[in-house]
Design a protein around this ligand. Structure first.
Ligand SMILES: [Zn+2]
Length: 189
């Protein structure tokens, strides 16, 4: 079947711009939580041909091109490559042979994941983004997210806090570390 999507010159630059914008926002947020190096090297694999060219082909401005690709093909090679090369995705840590079905991820990658989700919302929503956005999005998607349930509860807490107090107040490394320990210590895997 012929694809309705194709690689164009315009989308090449639009996609490149979206990646750069997103990475810049991640960097700002990562700096706030004390992991600037993570922010600097965040998502570099998106410039690899396997991820980049698929992103150009399925580009549209308001959500990830991976969604379109999955809709058309049922899978996305860019996503498979991405989650296998980036520790800030909880899926990176999955091992289907492990007895822990949904592992927890180390604190520094949890922080990067948090910054990534917030920055993605800000990138795609642009001026429409509000501090309540992430909580709403999370509540709509968390049931189909196959994530460790303690991490889910931790995110419930953090996104709720952000919806009330804003990103700047909540993105505090010390406070987040205490919360992370609290939720992960009484872990039931
Ligand atoms: Zn990523």
């Amino acid at each position: 079947m012929k694809s309705k999507y194709k690689i164009t010159f315009t989308n090449f630059f639009k996609h490149l711009h979206t990646i750069n914008k997103h990475r810049f926002k991640v960097f700002i947020l990562c700096t706030k939580v004390g992991i600037p190096i993570h922010g600097l090297i965040h998502d570099l694999s998106k410039y690899s041909p396997i991820e980049f060219l698929e992103g150009v082909k399925y580009f549209q401005g308001n959500y990830s091109p991976i969604v379109n690709c999955k809709k058309e093909n049922g899978y996305s090679l860019a996503w498979i490559h991405h989650k296998n090369h980036n520790k800030h995705h909880y899926e990176y840590w999955y091992d289907y042979e492990s007895k822990i079905e949904t592992p927890i991820i180390p604190f520094k990658y949890f922080l990067e994941m948090l910054c990534d989700t917030l920055a993605a919302g800000q990138t795609y929503q642009g001026k429409k983004w509000t501090k309540e956005y992430q909580l709403t999005y999370w509540n709509e998607t968390k049931d189909k997210t196959k994530m460790n349930k303690n991490m889910k509860k931790l995110l419930d807490n953090i996104y709720k806090d952000i919806s009330i107090n804003g990103v700047n107040k909540v993105l505090n490394r010390k406070k987040l570390k205490i919360l992370y320990n609290k939720y992960m210590n009484n872990i039931c895997l």
